[in-house]
Design a protein around this ligand. Structure first.
Ligand code: AMP
Length: 640
């Protein structure tokens, strides 16, 4: 397939926010893919060349791309940068600039999906000396051959920021629309262009009005290999993908059939964590291919996510009574995989952190019965001398640290709190009730404090007992509690409400001030806008995440004032230019915000939207502030 065909679909996807339209465009694309291209196209549609669990990442810095744009177009880097600051999207900038001016070389060739895919994959395999130059070359090569629209999407894909709005839901539905027969009554035929549409008033292909009533007339219009059924049990799932349409006696049955197809694909995705594998299996072997996809204790799955409530009553309302209520530990999530002698640990973002936690590997070996399993847990740090549990910030450095690991294990050990099981000895537990999963955990984990524990839990229907458990959990230094529905399955990657968190405050960040601006007018004698930074633990540098002025007051009786801030910061000013000053990172403040966005403006690559100062954190030294990892984590969490 030509890459330009994919680029055109990207553009159509970008231009509509309607989910049905998006799904329709993706369906058409998937249907037109050859066996060889399908998996690649499914990944590229999501802006990726590896499944999300794969450790390989494209990993190209914006600077490298900037240089490639310069090399492919001859346009000065300064100019590209200025436009980038103005427009904010390097893909659009490159498209705009390169549309006008392009280095025509003998080497340009029409791009195929395979060529782009392979070059992007190569980017992640490069190592050692000259890597940046080689990456540069691979990107430049693509840009040189690309047409302007292709440039936009190549740049964005390289930067891992595709932004065409392909959600998991539309991709899953498109796979069903492309590979399963269409039930009459859920799909309707357009009289003008013959497209089979979902329940949409206008044809998604030609825009003609369509009649979306379930009736005999509608059925007559359909042709193709037809499976006629009277009840859902008549659907022979193993041969189902051989048919084009399904005729059911009524709308309710048709809906059941359709939902069943959706569930099949969703389940295959839940276990494989890769739509590419799912689509490929369907294309090659129909439904039989799907049933071969199984959980693999070497591949991380997406973790189940929590919804939020603000009191105990709401907690029960969401998960029902009685509910399981557990301590919400202030650590980080670890997915524990065991396959024979091999133990692997993954973070909630599916990064492999096995090397960083050798002591956890040993704990799992010694304290959990079983040869193969996948468990879900929270690792919590504690002070080895006092035994006191430590808030997440203190141990977050362990996740990224690649050196001096044995020392760190001694200095900042963790305890594992197991709270769920997803697979055990080859049995997929995703659809088993939480109560049964919990019983299994109790039977396989040897509860050993400061090493490995079964998450503290009560089962109750009583508000008072729940409230007391919540307060006790807070007193013990935990973040709050989790409410869990006893009969619910495990839903990977979803915030479906089987698991609910209750904690006292909204997420805030502790950030250090590294710069400021003198005010104007009546604020002229005060520093009035403060540049905030978080800690990049890899480089030990402070990297900027935004500026804040809101929340600081003019009058003392209202709270923290500009005057106070100015007095605190003045001694730490290191340089001044115009109204701008640079400040030694000393003063920490707590900040609320509405959202975290990606941003080229700040060194962290992120910017806080609508930040507001809450208070000074005199108890915090700058080494203890929120880390870049945390900012990233919050960014990804809100995206979900
Ligand atoms: P939040 O990160 O605020 O959305 O809360 C959900 C997170 O709480 C999960 O991703 C886990 O990392 C963590 N957590 C701590 N204790 C538990 C528990 N007992 N059950 C489930 N998640 C827990």
């Amino acid at each position: 397939m030509k890459y330009s065909e994919l680029a055109k679909v990207y553009e159509r996807l970008e231009l509509t926010s309607k989910r049905l339209e998006k799904t329709h465009f993706i369906t058409q694309l998937l249907k037109s893919c050859s066996k060889e291209d399908l998996e690649k196209v499914v990944l590229l549609l999501q802006g990726k060349v590896f499944p999300s669990w794969d450790e390989n990442k494209i990993g190209v810095a914006a600077r490298t791309v900037l240089k490639s744009i310069n090399q492919a177009s001859g346009i000065e880097q300064n100019k590209i940068e200025t436009e980038w600051k103005k427009i904010g999207d390097l893909g659009v900038v490159a498209e705009k600039l390169m549309g006008k001016k392009k280095q025509h070389t003998l080497f340009s060739q029409e791009l195929t999906v395979t060529k782009v895919f392979n070059n992007l994959r190569k980017l992640s395999t490069l190592e050692g000396e000259g890597t940046v130059a080689k990456k540069n070359q691979l990107v430049t090569e693509l840009l040189t051959s690309a047409e302007p629209l292709e440039v936009r999407y190549i740049v964005r894909t390289v930067l891992e920021d595709l932004r065409v709005g392909v959600g998991e839901g539309s991709l899953r539905d498109a796979i069903v629309w492309a590979f399963f027969p269409k039930p009459v009554g859920i799909f309707f035929k357009c009289d003008k262009c013959n497209t089979l549409n979902p329940s949409s008033k206008k044809c998604l292909s030609c825009g003609e009005d369509i009649n979306t009533k379930f009736n005999i007339e509608a059925e007559k219009k359909f042709s193709g290999k037809t499976l006629e059924i009277t009840k859902i049990e008549d659907v022979d799932i193993d041969t189902i993908t051989n048919y084009d349409i399904v005729k059911a006696p009524d709308e309710k049955t048709a809906r059941k059939v359709y939902d069943h197809f959706i569930n099949l694909v969703q389940h295959a995705y839940d276990v494989s964590n890769d739509f590419g594998t799912v689509a490929q299996a369907l294309k090659e072997n129909g439904k039989k291919g799907l049933s071969k996809i199984a959980l693999n204790p070497e591949t991380p799955i997406k973790v189940m996510l929590a919804q939020k409530v603000s009191n105990v009553d709401e907690g029960f309302e969401k998960v029902g009574r009685p509910a399981a209520i557990e301590h919400k530990y202030d650590g980080f999530r670890l997915q524990v995989h065991k396959k024979g002698d091999k133990i692997l640990l993954f973070t909630r973002r599916l990064e492999n952190v096995t090397k960083q936690f050798p002591e956890v590997v040993d704990l799992v070996k010694d304290h959990i019965n079983g040869k193969n399993f996948i468990l879900d847990s929270e690792a919590v740090g504690f002070n080895p001398k006092t035994g006191k549990y430590l808030p997440f910030q203190h141990i977050s450095q362990r996740i990224r640290r690649k050196y001096d690991i044995p020392e760190l294990v001694k200095k900042l050990p963790v305890e594992l709190n197991v709270f769920d099981v997803v697979e055990y000895e080859g049995k997929n537990m995703l659809r088993v009730s939480f109560k049964e999963r919990r019983d299994l955990i109790k039977s396989i984990v040897k509860n050993t404090p400061k090493k490995i524990r079964i998450a503290e839990q009560i089962v109750t229907e009583d508000n008072k007992k729940a409230q007391k458990f919540y307060e006790d959990s807070l007193k013990e230094g935990n973040e709050g509690v989790m409410f869990k529905s006893l009969d619910a399955p495990y839903k990977p990657g979803s915030r479906v409400g089987h698991m609910i968190k209750l904690k006292p405050v909204m997420e805030s960040l502790d950030l250090v001030i590294v710069g400021a601006e003198w005010g104007t007018g009546k604020r002229g004698k005060w520093l009035s806008s403060f540049t905030l930074a978080c800690l990049d633990e890899d480089t030990h540098d402070f990297v900027e995440v935004g500026k804040v002025g809101t929340g600081v007051k003019e009058k003392e009786e209202e709270g923290l004032t500009f005057n106070q801030m100015t007095e605190l910061l003045k001694p730490h000013i290191t340089s001044e230019k115009g109204r701008e000053v640079k400040i030694k990172p000393k003063i920490v403040i707590e900040v609320h915000y509405e959202e975290i966005q990606k941003s080229p403006t700040y060194g962290s690559g992120y910017a806080l939207r609508f930040p507001r100062v809450i208070r000074l954190r005199e108890d915090r030294n700058p080494k203890e502030i929120s880390t870049l990892d945390m900012v990233e984590e919050l960014f990804f969490e809100q995206k979900k």
